[in-house]
Design a protein around this ligand. Structure first.
Ligand SMILES: Cc1cc2nc3c(=O)[nH]c(=O)nc-3n(C[C@H](O)[C@H](O)[C@H](O)COP(=O)(O)O)c2cc1C
Length: 444
């Protein structure tokens, strides 16, 4: 098979969405989400396994019902800059909102991480799922979908324009000619758009990979369309093999429709492998994890997140699911629409909907190492993903995967045995963007 697998590691510290019992685990440090050494260990483990990236999620809103990891965590670019100095190969992908940031500052911060890491930075562009973030930025209301995604497109275009401010040979630093900077190689952006007016230039040159890699994680029409226009990596929602195949084919088709090479967008599905000596033992462990997390009140709170962090606990649990569609209009509309459709079709009560949020779902990547490797190969060759965004319960589960499954995938020629490049872009097989100002000769 000419394609090779890509892996990213998605650390969740003391417990992400649905991982209600993780913070209680004896092997999980209670301060993991704010301990830089936890992230450095995760990144070094990912690098040891030749993974493409460490992926850091983020949001700018919480309330007391939010997942443990979200309540108290480090800001992504700050932590990734520290991680960069303790690693050499693993990519560093941080999430930042295009709704609640300004292009000049964010472009500068990602370009700085790209320089600090020698060309390993990636930006997961989100438009902010949590409607409550608006109130942390002086807005009463969250922006609507269309506005958020139009702003996101322009935001990325401005950032890319700023990253090209200096041509790659702009600094001759030639003492004899008393020429540090060749001013003809520095370019103002002069952007005036619907959402932003940015003169430029950026006060930072291009990194070894030219520009940070753009990731995205949209599932709506708007989200998929933005991804097809600008994303080089996508964190896909996953689901069944068929759902993953549909999403994969749709994104690749849309990307081609925008005149882009579909190979220049790598799709990562979300995966939580559970590996053990036998399939039975792994399935038992999967069930154990479910029991550790099974918490009705926490699931009821989690349900509220798609509806603008709505507090359902005031409602009669045994009454029909309340009419709250308007609360999701600006937030988790895509996910909420599925919840409402199912509740309406099956005449579910609020309790039944909350129970379905936390219901046990078998993960495909569970079993003995051979079984997990077989499943990964089957999904991979079925056109469902280019890589897996891995989240493990504990470091022991990560080690079982790295020591058990990775060698099998390497033996089958499906996974690398060494890093092919020094940059995130290079390891993902993505081209270095040509600087828009560079003369054709310089582009050669
Ligand atoms: C794997 C994955 C990771 C995500 N990480 C974040 C995140 O860190 N911060 C955030 O605000 N949204 C995150 N999202 C949510 C997406 O940005 C997006 O809001 C969601 O997928 C709904 O898509 P839509 O906006 O196209 O409806 C993530 C989604 C997925 C599938």
């Amino acid at each position: 098979m000419s394609r090779t697998l890509h892996f990213a590691l998605h650390p969740y510290g003391v417990g992400g969405p649905g991982q209600h019992g993780l913070w209680k685990h004896p092997r999980v440090p209670k301060n993991a989400s704010i301990d830089i050494n936890y992230y450095i260990r995760q990144a070094q483990a990912a690098e040891h396994a030749l993974f493409d990236a460490l992926f850091i999620v983020d949001s700018q809103f919480i309330n007391a019902t939010y997942p443990a990891h979200y309540l108290n965590r480090l800001e992504p670019l700050t932590l990734l800059s520290a991680v960069a100095t303790h690693t050499r190969h693993v990519g560093l992908v941080g999430t930042a909102s295009s709704t609640y940031n300004s292009p000049f500052n964010l472009a500068r911060r990602f370009a700085s991480l790209d320089h600090i890491s020698g060309g390993r930075a990636g930006w997961n562009v989100v438009t902010s799922f949590d409607t409550g973030a608006s109130r942390n930025f002086g807005l009463e209301e969250h922006l609507d979908y269309t506005t958020r995604y139009r702003r996101a497109l322009e935001f990325v275009q401005v950032a890319r324009g700023l990253w090209d401010s200096y041509e790659d040979d702009a600094f001759p630093a030639d003492v004899e000619r008393n020429l540090f900077l060749d001013p003809s190689k520095l370019h103002r952006l002069g952007h005036e758009g619907e959402h932003f007016k940015v003169a430029g230039p950026l006060n930072l040159s291009r990194s070894p990979q030219g520009q940070p890699v753009i990731f995205q994680a949209g599932v709506s029409e708007e989200g998929r369309d933005l991804a097809a226009q600008v994303a080089e990596g996508i964190y896909a929602p996953g689901g069944s093999l068929e759902q993953a195949q549909e999403y994969y084919a749709d994104i690749k088709r849309r990307t081609a429709a925008y005149g882009r090479d579909p190979e220049h967008i790598k799709i990562f599905v979300h995966g939580g492998p559970v590996v053990a000596a036998t399939d039975e033992a792994a399935r038992r462990r999967e069930r154990e994890i479910f029991e550790e997390d099974n918490d009705f009140d926490r699931n009821l709170a989690l349900l509220g997140r798609s509806f603008g962090a709505y507090d359902f606990s005031a409602h009669d649990l045994d009454a029909p699911f309340p009419d709250v569609a308007h609360l999701a209009e600006k937030g988790g509309r895509t996910g909420a629409a599925k919840i409402i459709a199912r509740a309406t079709a099956r005449k579910l009560t609020l309790r039944q909907v909350a129970e379905s949020v936390g219901e046990f779902r078998r993960s495909p990547f569970v079993g003995a190492p051979e079984t997990v490797a077989d499943t990964i190969e089957r999904w991979f060759s079925a056109g469902t993903f280019d890589g897996i965004n891995l989240a493990f319960r504990t470091d022991d589960d990560l080690d079982l995967f790295v020591d058990g499954v990775v060698p099998i995938l390497q033996k089958r020629g499906l996974y690398r045995t060494e890093y092919p490049a020094d940059t995130l872009r290079g390891n993902l097989g993505l081209p270095v963007p040509v600087n828009r100002w560079a003369s054709t000769e310089a582009q050669v």
